[in-house]
Ligand binder design. Structure first.
Ligand code: NAD
Length: 502
């Protein structure tokens, strides 16, 4: 399907409720409702019924029961894998419906979201395969003893997801958690619950046993806090912002629960004079305007060698002015609206921050008013006065690029590393020494060379410094979501001390 998604075939329920033990929670007479807004036209499309502490408790208890006495953790791995593959197939079958809900609620362009939906299906397939290949260790060096080490699922996870790419990110959280036999309670962002509610329904249509994945909806300080503080939660997986992460890690720390944190970035996109400039230009535009600029891995600090800076930036600006803003449901749209009003206001506020810091506005900088309604912002770029300015140090999380220039490889690396974040980085150069120096010296979890945003599921993904703690990936997720157990058995009965026998 190339044009708009067939909207009429997908219904949106009047209320978004929790899913506990495989059942949608019935709408009670009382409760807090939060409007769910379509950012393209600012209309209310549904109401989120917030889960209070009691409802969160029921969801965690369902996950606990499914872990302690349900079939999931003890199931033959081939049966568990069949269910995870069935989830993959059902997600694919419903991909247009999920893409529609995501575009409607988040404003992400259809062309991006179709990619996300395919990836979420792949996540379940991939981690099912990884879990089915896990093996243990044996030790026989100590004479007379066999010691073997097995992996066991860790228990009940609280999984918290952000609003910028709900399907891609929440599915990653779930797909790295449940294949080992864990159960979970997922809380998506209160701004963007629509697609995730349907995703969890689809898990159950695909045959997932009740209680393995439970869903609660609501605001962070209410529903989220009740979830991460619950004593029956064994671990917390969080994707979101640094400020929230500090509070979540503090709560988890008080309760001695392990946390994995996937956080923000202010990633350097380094364009050397040895780069293929046309490709670097395409990559720089995709790196900051992809997913409406609302992506943790955005190449938001664009560092350009001074020899090529003038021409590169002129071409960037010319292309930014021609970006097709519009209805995210149209396959031709390149950038949609920002996800909600307060976020648009926050991103716009950085135009004044930039000006106050002495930055020069190169393009954009305003709300895009052509549409009459909707949280659209013009693709924006500024020339920053220095790397220590706020627009170079703070994550803006919108279609807002910040340019700086450099005169040497050393200076480029020094600027790239002068950040509290370290999620990803981009290097554009056809010179092998430049590439190798950047790969070795940049302090970030991923270095993309001459390519934007290629996600290799087999490799770990996560950040240095304030961009996170832990990684997603086969080995890293295995370490986080499983416990190790050593069993020690004597081959011949050992001689035992005979306390009190003499
Ligand atoms: P956020 O931190 O505001 O919220 C994330 C989630 O945490 C939401 O579900 C929210 O309701 C919940 N939350 C808030 N307060 C809470 C509390 N006290 N207890 C429990 N839960 C709470 O982040 P956001 O604005 O939704 O997302 C944007 C941020 O996420 C950006 O910083 C972005 O870079 C980051 N992000 C990181 C990655 C990654 O993989 N590294 C991916 C996507 C987004």
């Amino acid at each position: 399907m190339n044009a708009a998604v067939a909207q009429k075939s997908h219904t949106v329920n009047s209320h978004v409720t929790s899913i506990i033990d495989g059942e949608g929670v019935k709408l009670g007479a009382k409760g807090t409702d939060i409007p769910v807004i379509n950012p393209t036209n600012e209309e209310t499309i549904s109401q989120l019924r917030e889960a209070d502490a009691g409802e969160v408790d029921r969801a965690v208890k369902a996950a606990r029961r499914a872990f302690d006495s349900g079939p999931w953790p003890h199931m033959d791995i081939n049966d568990r894998k069949d269910i995870l593959y069935s989830i993959r197939d059902h997600l694919r079958k419903h991909s247009e419906e999920l893409a529609y809900l995501e575009c409607l609620n988040v404003g992400l362009p259809l062309q991006s979201v179709r990619g996300h939906v395919q990836r979420m299906a792949r996540n379940f397939e991939f981690f099912a395969e990884v879990a089915s290949n896990v093996h243990g260790e044996t030790y026989t060096q100590t004479k007379g003893y066999l010691t073997y080490v097995t992996r066991e699922p860790k228990g009940v996870a609280a999984l918290i997801a952000p609003w910028n790419a709900p399907l891609a990110l929440a599915s990653m959280r779930v797909a790295t958690c449940i294949p080992w036999g864990n159960t979970c309670v997922l809380k998506p962002s209160e701004y963007t619950p629509l697609s995730i509610r349907r995703m969890v329904e689809i898990f159950h249509e695909a045959g997932l046993p009740p209680g393995v994945v439970n869903l609660v909806n609501g605001r962070g300080p209410v529903t989220g806090n009740a979830l991460i503080s619950h004593p029956d939660v064994d671990m917390v997986g969080f994707t979101g912002g640094t400020t929230t992460a500090r509070s979540i890690a503090a709560t988890a720390g008080r309760n001695l629960k392990p946390v994995a944190l996937e956080l923000g970035g202010k990633s350097a996109n380094m364009i050397f004079d040895s780069a293929s400039i046309d490709r670097a230009l395409d990559g720089a535009l995709a790196g900051i305007f992809g997913n409406n600029g609302q992506q943790c891995l955005a190449g938001s600090r664009i560092l350009v060698h001074e020899k090529i800076a003038k021409q590169f930036i002129e071409r960037f600006v010319a292309r930014a002015q021609k970006i097709r803003l519009g209805d995210p449901l149209l396959a031709t749209t390149e950038v949609g609206p920002l996800a909600f009003k307060a976020h648009l206001e926050r991103v716009l506020s950085y135009v004044d921050v930039a000006k106050a810091d002495g930055a020069k506005l190169l393009v954009g900088g305003k709300r895009a008013v052509d549409f009459g309604r909707g949280y659209f912002m013009e693709p924006t770029a500024v020339m920053a006065p220095a790397n220590d300015s706020r627009v170079c140090q703070e994550e803006i999380f919108g279609p807002f690029a910040t340019f700086l220039t450099f005169s040497s490889l050393n200076e480029a690396i020094q600027i790239a590393n002068s950040s509290k974040f370290g999620l990803v980085s981009y290097v554009w150069s056809d010179d092998v020494n430049t590439v190798m120096r950047c790969s070795r010296e940049i302090r970030a979890g991923t270095v993309w060379v001459n390519t934007p945003m290629m996600r290799e599921l087999r490799a770990p993904f996560g950040g240095y410094r304030e961009s996170g703690i832990g990684r997603d990936g086969p080995q890293a997720s295995l370490e986080f979501f499983t416990e190790l157990k050593s069993t020690i058995i004597p081959i011949d009965p050992p001689v035992l001390p005979k306390y009190g026998a003499a």
